[in-house]
Ligand binder design. Structure first.
Ligand code: NAP
Length: 254
């Protein structure tokens, strides 16, 4: 895969890399010459994306892991270290969405949503940070959600978990700034992905035209819109940006 002149090839781990925003981010990072570990609950999907990257000349590895399972996360990062090298870039796109009336959220449902979206992000950051500290350089980009910026009447569990992701991001930015590690979050809104399509099919989100009508730029976002922002925040050029929440939402009013 061609590497842009002057850019260093780094090892990147992308969680949720088998689908949607995560898969687009894997492609973006590989196009920039990075070696990409595609981590996902869907191991076949992760292997498929890694195969696509290799077929385009990249160095890539597919990994099956549930980000809420700490031993599985630690084992996956150890595999990345052995196969590709220490992790320098982490993009946490693995996520689980849910729509429920507040009174209907069972403790079990609450726990699973928080476990995947927030605790899963914590596990992956904690697994990646030691490599970044040792290197004196690192980039973490968390994928949160616009629902965390404005609240959501039918997604209290998901919005609360994603709000936690934003504060975790800001906290890590302050904790590791002196180690050369930047930590930023991208909260998407209205991005056409399999997750969004499922939510529409289940009647939890309106049709594309209705959603696009509420976006000042007049269209839904693409996974690549988010991947472009994530790849920028993961670059050397973004080295003075940390602790920030970069909305990529077509100008949606939050
Ligand atoms: P997507 O197409 O469903 O991709 C998410 C990927 O994460 C899937 O491959 C999924 O695997 C994987 N995943 C789910 N739970 C996991 C777990 N416990 N461990 C490891 N991987 C897991 O969704 P997307 O729209 O690209 O979403 C990416 C991120 O953006 C998510 O964090 C989501 O909350 C956030 N987001 C998206 C939008 C939007 O408009 N699309 C808006 C706000 C926030 P399975 O398919 O096997 O579950």
């Amino acid at each position: 895969m061609p590497q842009t002149e002057g850019r260093r090839s780094r090892v990147a781990v992308v969680t949720g890399g088998a689908s949607g925003i995560g898969a687009a981010t894997c492609h973006r990072l590989a196009e920039r010459g990075h070696r990409v570990a595609v981590l996902d609950l869907d191991g076949d999907g992760a292997n498929r994306v890694a195969k696509e990257l290799r077929s385009r000349g990249g160095d890539a590895l597919g990994l099956a892991a549930d980000v809420a399972d700490r031993p599985a996360v630690d084992a996956a990062f150890a595999e990345v270290r052995a196969a590709l090298g220490p992790t320098e870039i982490l993009v946490t796109s693995a996520g689980l969405v849910a729509f429920d009336r507040f009174e209907d959220i069972t403790p079990g449902r609450w726990n699973r949503i928080v476990d995947v979206n927030l605790t899963g992000t914590f596990h992956c950051c904690q697994a990646a940070v030691p490599d970044m500290v040792a290197a004196g350089w690192g980039r973490i980009v968390t994928i949160s959600s616009s629902s965390a910026q404005r609240g959501s009447p039918t997604m209290a569990h998901y919005a609360a978990a994603k709000g936690g992701v934003i504060v975790l991001t800001k906290s890590l930015a302050r904790a590791y700034a002196s180690d050369g590690i930047t930590v930023n979050s991208v909260p998407p809104s209205g991005i056409e992905t399999p997750m969004q399509h499922r939510s529409q099919e289940e009647g939890n989100l309106p049709a594309n035209e209705v959603m696009a009508g509420a976006i000042p730029l007049g269209r839904l976002g693409t996974p690549d819109d988010i991947a472009a922002a994530a790849a920028f925040l993961a670059s050397d050029e973004a080295g003075f940006i940390t602790g920030q929440v970069l909305g990529v939402n077509g100008g949606a009013v939050l």
